[in-house]
Design a protein around this ligand. Sequence first.
Ligand code: BV8
Ligand code: ZN
Length: 253
Amino acid sequence: MEFKPDFIDRLNKAKSLLFFTGAGISAESGIATFRGKDGLWSKLKPEELASFSAFMKNPDMVWEWYQYRREIVEKAKPNKGHLAIAEFEKFYDVNVVTQNVDDLHARAGSTNIDELHGSIVRNFCVDCKTFYNHQEFKFDKKVPRCEKCNGMIRPDVVWFGENLRGNAFPNGEQKAKECDICFIVGTSAIVYPAAYIPITAKQYGAYLVEINIEPTEISYQVDYSILGKSGEILPEIFELAANLKTKKQPNIF
Ligand code: BV8
Ligand code: ZN
């Protein structure tokens, strides 16, 4: 695959890379995306499933939907895109700021991950906020109860209308300000405040590279838009980077 000369130059000089990822990077692992022709939202309404009010209105239905998605995540494997991102750590400071709630980046070996929208493999009690991992309720078809206070247990994902929790967003923002290249991988870039991450990177001088199978809301703002599957493109970019970073430095004496 041929890459633009200015991108090659940036990749050669870069020290810090940020990968801002969305559901598209997990598509080749068999996990459905949200929007697009066979996305989750084409069959189901997000407000009826991925919101706190939906959970309180119909807890068992929402719980079951997450159990169904957890099973898919558990059976899924990191694909070549996730693995390539982990490999970049050999030559760069790498940060992954993901909107995804699957654990495929961690399972691929990435070590600096901010999960903006939480994680489907974690649960917590709505009342006393005690955390539980999903294995403890693996076979529960109905919303389980907290062993400490009998409150309802919910998935630790950020639902629509909920503030992002913990330090993931501020951490991600700080890393966006410091990165040399911000890769925007497999996201429609319409969910906020997550979609501010690449904008912040651009404001602080990063070179923006989009990897997607189609143009998106953010395509007009990026420096380089590469159309194609992330599982195919990321390994090619890693190979280019490895050649650049390991080529024998010219003998200056
Ligand atoms: C909040 C977890 C404060 C649950 C999700 C402005 C500022 C702040 C908020 C808002 C705002 N404007 C609107 C809002 C409200 C809302 C929002 O952004 N709505 C959107 C829809 C307009 N934001 C919120 O509610 C956020 N909270 O702001 O709190 C607040 C509080 C009260 C009132 C107001 C504000 C919380 C948002 C988090 C919602 N939770 N998920 C779960 O997963 O079950 S969002 C959901 O969308 C997923 O997390 C997902 O990660 C996220 C983004 O989707 P993508 O990852 O981009 O996936 P998508 O399917 O859209 O796209 C996939 C892409 O991959 C496509 O482009 C496709 O072409 C590409 N692709 C496919 N295959 C491949 C590929 N690319 C490469 N290779 C391939 N093989
Ligand atoms: Zn509790």
